[in-house]
Design a protein around this ligand. Structure first.
Ligand SMILES: Cc1ncc(C[n+]2csc(CCOP(=O)(O)OP(=O)(O)O)c2C)c(N)n1
Ligand SMILES: [Mg+2]
Length: 803
């Protein structure tokens, strides 16, 4: 074992001893939380518990090397680290376990995530950036294993960007790019593709990223022999080790119970990553799980007696304790006293957290009991209502569900009785419902004046000399204007840099703005998005390009699990206004005609989904998004880059409004709603329909999420009394989403004289070639006939049967 004096030459023995004891107290406190936490779940006070026991000591070491301005992207075992950097108190730990919805008391997620998911606040209560260089930072954890890795890459890359970008205002985000991004991951989770993709990308990018692998040989019940080749992740990662000829990683190994060596290792890792911008892997072995994986089961079921015995001997806290005594830092008695005091304190804090959680709920319960009691006195159903009061008042630890379900049931007994008491109860329930619903459902999107909905439209400006150009020129010139106007923007993706994207919408821009701002990446969609999330979390404005909409599926989990929930799961205390640029819709074949819009719409709520019908609209969306804080997916029309559009004079300034539809053709007989490439076919069909006397109104949705915020579609239906939604997604895909909005949110039913209809593509992926497209997706003829049939049904005399 390392001698103490080697550890830090510039620290006195007494100071070091104090430091060690302080650390030990954190380790013991954290362990007590885990032990008590499990009990709280087993006695029914909390729903589920997953704790950091057995991983305490390496986290103390990581905390020592972690500096203000640094970032963590980790997982559910890291409570000790959060406590060691002063970002998690015992009371907060239990508030999280109980799912307290008060953000002040439960800053990790205001009860939205299960305990063990950690975060620090980057934004104040008004949504403004705090000074991130002066605080410890943790990105918000997510549960999917290895889901923290793609984001980690971006958090690290941001340091590199801040170091290199000259004009960007880094004041609140970086001090010369000196910040390190620290990742943690369980040994078993390294089996995930996201882990390997991230490691490779970090080696290529050479970013200050330190990945700690907490290795306890298990992933729930599954042993390393089923997880990892050679049962040893650092062994198989050896090829990433840098050498004198090649850049790569520094790979360090250390035992998880060896406090002194852990500190050495972490300080060394921090220095390498911070000073050299070289990524580091720390494989921390010989860790344990004293209580098993989580509160869902017991590890005695799958660990041998021998393993369990080893785990209890090599428990890192126990080993640290032995080392403290061996090294004469404290006696057994002193440590026993410390442990006893901590046990008592943790218990007190736990009780305090429970009472703080329960008291307001009990108060609400008492209010309701009074209201129900008063109601029972004034109602003819007094006996039944009193029964509800009695069952409610005896619940010793009520939930809000208990309270509101009693209140709502009480109302059923006074249907038709309009009394002061029933009105009072109704009002109370409505008010409570609204307030509590907000606790669970707010902040899916930006709620400040930086919401995309607040950006005012600016129309493209044309003059007599405005040329007709290929659509891609408009995209390109607009990006040029964006990069010169917004120094914090950067774009990256496959073929994005050198050739300026496969459709040349970024042609020449790398030469103008440099290889970091207009960058090529490897073929690795998930980490392209992760890069974007991480950089957006650190104040940059990344534009992540996914080459084709079809390949968004490779990054779908990152968009859905991480990006779409960032703002929601932090209740607005972190934001990642990432713009995802892609191109899709009808072109060629199964994987280049993508229109899996229904799937996307349903999986990425929290991200705006924009489907511009041409490049001017698309460019306008980018300009709008850069003024806002909402993340977005923009799908450019793959077959639109060579179509001619007029070149606007106000590049970089015109803004397409978000959530607003556009009526592209007025009409009085029927409303046709569509978006993207298919809209062009609808416009053509509408023109042809006029020849048979059908005057269709055509509406471009433009923005699928948010959807028609002014309810203009129903206004059109009020005029035409008929609606057809035309979509190139599968039946039941985006068209079902659109129809749900029109019928359920806009109440179109009352204006309809014909059945509302959806017309979509065939249920299979689109076949290749022009004929493949014609027989897979709606064609102009299909649309014409479909609409004609609706009119035929209405008036067979005016519109005799076509076929
Ligand atoms: C994508 C995904 N698959 C499965 C799970 C369920 N799950 C949660 S933790 C876990 C095991 C993780 O083991 P390891 O990475 O070694 O971390 P440890 O819990 O041992 O610290 C699994 C399978 C999940 N959360 N996410
Ligand atoms: Mg494990």
């Amino acid at each position: 074992m390392q001698s103490l004096t080697d550890l830090k030459d510039n620290i006195s023995f007494d100071d070091f001893k104090a430091e060690v004891l302080k650390d030990y107290k954190v380790a013991v406190t954290s362990r007590e939380c885990s032990l008590l936490g499990r009990r709280e779940v087993l006695t029914g006070k909390a729903k589920f518990g997953i704790f950091g026991d057995g991983k305490e000591v390496p986290q103390l070491a990581m905390a020592k090397a972690f500096k203000k301005g640094d970032w963590r992207s980790g997982y559910y075992r890291d409570q000790t680290f959060m406590m060691a950097i002063g970002e998690l108190t015992v009371e907060q730990f239990f508030a999280g376990l109980y799912a307290n919805t008060n953000l002040e008391l439960e800053p990790m997620s205001a009860g939205r995530q299960m305990g063990g998911h950690f975060v620090t606040h980057s934004l104040d209560e008004n949504g403004n950036w705090k000074d991130l260089t002066k605080q410890y930072n943790s990105s918000a954890d997510i549960s999917p294993t290895a889901g923290q890795m793609p984001r980690l890459l971006g958090l690290a890359q941001a340091s590199k960007i801040f170091k290199e970008f000259e004009n960007v205002n880094a004041a609140k985000f970086s001090v010369n790019g000196n910040e390190v991004a620290w990742g943690t991951i369980g040994n078993a989770s390294t089996s995930e593709g996201l882990f390997f993709e991230t490691i490779n990308a970090a080696g290529v990018l050479q970013v200050p990223m330190i990945t700690s692998i907490w290795d306890d040989e298990y992933g729930i019940s599954v042993h390393a022999k089923h997880q990892t080749t050679k049962e040893n992740i650092s062994e198989i990662l050896k090829g990433f080790q840098r050498d004198k000829d090649n850049k790569g990683f520094e790979i360090l190994r250390v035992k998880g119970w060896d406090y002194a060596n852990l500190i050495e290792t972490y300080i060394e890792a921090g220095t390498i990553a911070r000073n050299e911008h070289v990524p580091v892997i720390i494989h921390v072995t010989e860790l344990t799980q004293p209580q098993g994986h989580s509160t869902s089961g017991s590890h005695e079921r799958y660990k041998s007696g021998e393993r369990l015995k080893w785990e209890s001997e090599y428990d890192c806290n126990k080993k640290m304790r032995e080392w403290i005594i061996e090294s004469n830092f404290a006696t057994n008695e002193t440590l026993t006293n410390i442990e006893r005091t901590i046990k008592r304190e943790v218990k007190q804090q736990k009780t305090k957290a429970w009472n703080t959680f329960l008291d307001p709920i009990k108060k609400e319960r008492n209010e309701l009991v009074t209201l129900i009691h008063e109601l029972s006195k004034s109602s003819s159903n007094s006996v039944f209502i009193s029964k509800l009061k009695e069952t409610l008042e005896v619940i010793s630890e009520p939930t809000r569900k208990d309270i509101l379900s009693h209140g709502r049931k009480a109302l059923r007994y006074v249907i038709g009785e309009s009394t002061l008491e029933s009105t009072k109860l109704k009002n109370w329930i409505n008010e409570r419902f609204k307030a509590i619903q907000h606790e669970f459902s707010s902040h899916l999107y930006c709620e400040t004046d930086k919401s995309a909905l607040h950006v005012t439209e600016v129309k493209p400006a044309y003059n007599d000399t405005s040329e007709l150009v290929d659509g891609r020129i408009i995209i390109r010139d607009n990006f040029d204007a964006i990069f010169s106007k917004h120094p914090e923007t950067l774009v990256f993706g496959e073929d994005t840099g050198n050739i300026g994207d496969v459709n040349q919408g970024l042609e020449g821009l790398q030469a103008k703005y440099g290889e970091l701002r207009v960058a090529d990446t490897g073929i690795r969609e998930a980490t392209i998005i992760g890069q974007g999330i991480g950089m957006a979390l650190r104040g940059l404005r990344p534009i992540a390009e996914i080459q084709y909409l079809d390949y968004v599926l490779y990054a779908l989990n990152v968009i859905s699990d991480d990006l779409a929930t960032t703002h929601y799961r932090t209740k607005g205390r972190q934001k990642a206004p990432l713009i995802i640029r892609t191109r899709g819709h009808r072109l060629e074949g199964i994987w280049h005609s993508g229109s899996q819009m229904g799937g996307l719409l349903n999986l990425i709520r929290g991200v705006l989904v924009l489907v511009p019908r041409n490049m001017t609209k698309a460019a306008g969306f980018y300009n709008t998004l850069l003024e806002s804080d909402d993340p977005a997916l923009v799908v450019e029309c793959l077959n639109g880059y060579r179509l001619k559009e007029r070149l606007p004079a106000n590049m970089g300034n015109f803004k397409t409004p978000i959530g607003v539809v556009e009526t592209v053709k007025d009409g009085s007989d029927i409303t046709l709603v569509s978006y993207g490439s298919t809209l062009r076919l609808v416009e053509e069909a509408a023109k042809q329909l006029t020849t048979v006397g059908i005057d269709a109104e055509v509406i471009d949705i433009q923005s699928l999420v948010p959807f028609d915020i002014h309810h203009d579609i129903v206004k059109s239906i009020a005029k035409t009394n008929r609606i057809v939604v035309i979509d190139e997604d599968v039946p039941g895909g985006a068209s079902a989403y659109i129809m749900d909005k029109i019928l359920n949110e806009q109440n179109a039913f009352e204006f309809l004289d014909s059945a509302p209809k959806t017309m979509s593509a065939n249920a299979h992926r689109p076949a290749y070639g022009n004929d493949g497209d014609y027989f897979s997706k709606p064609s102009t003829e299909d649309i014409f006939e479909f609409v004609y049939d609706v009119m035929h049904e209405l008036s067979p005399i005016d519109f005799p049967k076509l076929t």
